[in-house]
Design a protein around this ligand. Structure first.
Ligand SMILES: CC(C)(COP(=O)(O)OP(=O)(O)OC[C@H]1O[C@@H](n2cnc3c(N)ncnc32)[C@H](O)[C@@H]1OP(=O)(O)O)[C@@H](O)C(=O)NCCC(=O)NCCS
Length: 213
């Protein structure tokens, strides 16, 4: 799919249940590092992120949507139709590299150890009764923001939504100091479903979308 957004020719490529070209997870990790400065996953480093995003491509129930301008990755969206299974899969498949990157992170900042252990407990936390698609991560290069690349990625995910199989697409984002991102989801048709606080005291908003309206 190629779309011209504000004079930018962007194609959206989907990698789902496939081994992606080597440069794709690396470029996505690079966009993540530039987009999510100061976040926990960014702190674990580019090598960790490349393994994680390769995992989204390879897991049969997950996928990676990539926005490309010419040959350059300018944005991405990672999703999973079974997040709990995805975490189990990625831990099984990449336990050695993940342990190594976690060790390096804990070495750089010992207080991060508790956060790392909590991240490894994610499989059980993310289990829900109903079937939904998790929008796990979305990012657009800072210099490419505001050209509707993020919206194109969200629309590509919405195209995969089958209301006979899933109840909603869901995501979580910071509730505080994050007005632009909350606005982005609302303007893309997502509705606030829940607000809560994590064990670290982080206030979060959960948004949902389905194609009923
Ligand atoms: C959120 C993000 C993916 C949006 O991507 P984008 O390509 O810039 O977004 P779009 O151009 O598609 O914006 C669509 C709408 O969102 C809103 N929006 C996007 N960025 C905004 C900003 N900085 N301020 C206010 N509204 C904004 C606008 O309403 C816009 O629609 P409109 O111009 O038609 O009114 C991108 O800004 C990003 O990577 N942010 C940092 C990472 C992040 O926070 N990811 C989400 C974590 S849950």
């Amino acid at each position: 799919m190629t779309v011209k957004t504000s004079e930018k020719r962007i194609s959206i490529k989907t990698y789902a249940g496939v081994n992606p070209p080597k440069n794709i997870p690396r470029q996505v990790a690079d966009v993540h590092m530039k987009t999510f400065t100061g976040f926990f996953l960014t702190f674990l480093g580019e090598g960790f992120l490349a393994h994680l995003y390769k995992g989204y491509c390879m897991h049969s129930q997950s996928g990676l949507l990539v926005a490309v301008e010419e040959d350059r990755v300018v944005g991405f969206l990672a999703y999973s139709k079974d997040l709990s299974e995805f975490y189990k899969y990625i831990l099984r498949k990449s336990i050695v590299p993940f342990a190594w990157y976690s060790f390096l992170a804990a070495f750089r900042k010992p207080s991060s150890i508790i956060r790392i252990f909590r991240a490894f407990l994610k499989p059980s936390e993310s289990k829900r009764e109903e079937k939904y698609i998790e929008l796990a991560s979305i990012g657009v290069l800072p210099e490419m923001k505001g050209h509707h690349i993020g919206s194109q990625l969200v629309n590509a995910l919405k195209e995969q939504f089958d209301s006979e199989k899933f109840e909603y697409i869901k995501l979580e984002t910071d509730a505080v100091n994050n007005k632009a991102t909350n606005h982005f989801y609302v303007s893309n048709g997502f509705k606030l479903a829940n607000s809560y606080e994590t064990e670290e005291g982080r206030k979060m908003n959960e948004y949902r979308w389905n194609n009923e309206e």
